[in-house]
Design a protein around this ligand. Structure first.
Ligand code: TNX
Length: 544
């Protein structure tokens, strides 16, 4: 017992000494800093050079960062130069994974060697965290040797731009937050009951009508009623391309989500014939605070789940395929998210057409019909060479053959899918819903829940219920940021920081290397960097 405690103290002392001033999040696989090491001085006269043009992205990112936070940039040198203090290069080794890199700071300067261009970019992110947390004209970079590689292949963050719309400039900023944490997937939730946010040329009413609702925030904020604003917005295809290009330069894949068959009110408001009951008014849920007249279909003004979903008609399938054609041409992502969550079966139950279809196709019930719906869409997406992701409800009634499951109602869906040999992305509400409050007592109006930064840090994406073999189907995890209660960019920042830092480490480092007591001081140091970035962030609540 004594021996174990002693070893633990020694280990802790060691990690403290090597991570005290140098504190990188997510934690590198290995980091050695000499006890009385020197520093490399970096200022406006320092030169940077890249081995090949493909690495210019990374040099540009570093320079943009330096300009923004320290007021100067490095001098670019086109070729290898012995004058260069910062040198970015690649040496590909088959035994190493994509994204792995080494960063060596010593008397020869600052050398980042990536296994590929992605690795070089991650090396730059680690270098950024060696910079001082306050603005200085000459930056002293401590000697260090880092060897690092990502643990999970999918390290994601989601953003809901439907409940509230956010401009391109903020979406880019959000992508930068991901990049700074070495995350590599941005899940863009583009359509829902409260707004359709992506321009589709073939169906202009989707954004003309579906892009706006009557009222900003109804009822949920104390003292607010319907302000009757024509509220919303959408991204043009040019803007979408701009965001995708921006993310690509940061080695981030943008996964678009087009919701079906539920969460479809905005699309149905634009094209009522997509509903089983085109003539009926869209009914608001019972609990709604809004009691205004609903004439015809409407883009929803409140939150929740709505009964008016896509009808499984040929007309709807043609529409969705046309939409996906345009989506696929805009997003190079291998993965296309087709939603699938929270689709009430009430309308399908009372529709003669749906009942007939269930009989004709020999389906068991409405869940079978949802499975039929998703499988048809999957076939189409697969025919374009892409793979679908769906929320875990797509398991009900039979999983589409090649689908990836995003497990949000706990881990059960993910466990079941992995056992069926389907790939899985974990996003359980219990640990990674960043719309929940992160402190107690709740200091802002959130959707509910209590998910502290410590709880996020405790998360392990591979559930213990899975065997080693089954665990391989877990690609990684993602935090979801639903924005019902987050109308402002400041509140979004507040909800993601500091939890994004904890999540990035959960996804980047191995389970064995994580210990809250060791992480917390690094996180406190990181908060000084948040100050430099001028982002809003929550407090550290060590509750579980
Ligand atoms: C459930 S998570 C939803 C969203 C809500 C969220 C609020 C999921 C697939 N669906 O529509 O915004 O809860 O936390």
């Amino acid at each position: 017992m004594f021996k174990r405690t002693f070893i633990l103290i020694l280990l802790y002392a060691f990690t403290c000494s090597s991570y005290a001033q140098i504190s990188i999040i997510p934690k590198p696989s290995s980091m050695i800093s000499p006890a009385n090491g020197g520093t490399v001085r970096v200022d406006a006269s320092t030169q940077i050079s890249v081995q090949s043009p493909a690495l210019q992205n990374s040099a540009d990112f570093l320079n943009d960062y330096l300009v923004q936070f320290y007021g100067f940039m490095l001098k670019s040198k086109m070729s290898v130069s012995n004058q260069a203090v910062v040198y970015l290069s690649i040496k590909n080794e088959a035994s190493k994974s994509s994204g792995s890199y080494s960063l060596v700071v010593n008397k020869n300067g600052i050398n980042i060697l990536g296994n590929d261009a992605t690795g070089v970019f991650y090396g730059v992110q680690s270098l950024i965290q060696l910079l001082p947390v306050v603005k200085e004209a000459v930056l002293s970079i401590p000697y260090v040797t880092i060897n690092d590689a990502p643990h999970f292949a999918y390290r994601g963050m989601h953003l809901d731009v439907t409940r509230h719309f956010f401009p391109v400039a903020f979406v880019k900023k959000y992508i930068d937050f991901l990049a700074l944490h070495k995350m590599n997937y941005f899940h863009w939730h583009l359509t829902d009951d409260q707004g359709w946010r992506i321009e589709i040329k073939k169906y202009p009413r989707l954004t003309q009508i579906g892009g706006y609702r009557n009222g900003t925030i109804i009822g949920h904020f104390p003292g607010t009623g319907n302000d009757n604003k024509h509220y919303g917005g959408f991204y043009t295809q040019e803007q979408i391309k701009e965001v995708v290009a921006y993310a690509t330069k940061r080695y981030i894949t943008v996964v678009p989500e087009i919701e079906m068959p539920g969460h479809a009110s905005a699309a149905i408001a634009a094209y009522p014939e997509l509903s089983c009951f085109p003539e009926e008014s869209t009914k608001a849920p019972e609990k709604t605070v809004w009691s205004g007249p609903a004439t015809g279909k409407q883009v929803q003004q409140t939150w929740g789940v709505f009964e008016d979903v896509f009808a499984p008609t040929e007309n709807t399938f043609t529409f969705l395929q046309d939409v996906l054609d345009e989506v696929i041409s805009l997003f190079p992502s291998q993965y296309i998210h087709i939603g699938g969550d929270e689709s009430p079966k009430h309308n399908w139950k009372r529709s003669a057409f749906c009942q007939q279809l269930i009989k004709e196709k020999g389906l068991k019930d409405e869940h079978g019909l949802q499975s039929y719906f998703v499988q048809r869409m999957e076939k189409y997406v697969n025919s374009k060479g892409r793979t679908i992701i769906g929320w875990d409800e797509i398991l009900e009634g039979g999983l589409a053959p090649n689908a990836i499951v995003m497990s949000w109602r706990g881990e059960e869906g993910g466990i079941a899918a992995a056992k069926l040999k389907h790939q899985v992305i974990m996003t359980p509400g219990s640990h990674v819903y960043f719309d929940h409050s992160q402190v107690k007592p709740d200091d802002s109006l959130t959707i509910g829940g209590y998910t502290t930064v410590r709880k996020v840090y405790s998360y392990e994406p591979i559930p213990k219920e899975l065997s080693a073999e089954e665990g391989k189907y877990v690609l990684g995890a993602q935090a979801n940021l639903w924005t019902e209660y987050l109308p402002y960019t400041t509140t979004i920042e507040y909800q993601i920081f500091p939890r994004i830092s904890a999540l990035s480490e959960v996804l980047w480092s191995s389970k064995e290397s994580r210990q809250w007591e060791e992480f917390e001081p690094r996180l406190r140091n990181q908060m000084k960097r948040y100050d430099l970035w001028k982002v809003h962030y929550g407090a550290i609540d060590a509750g579980m």
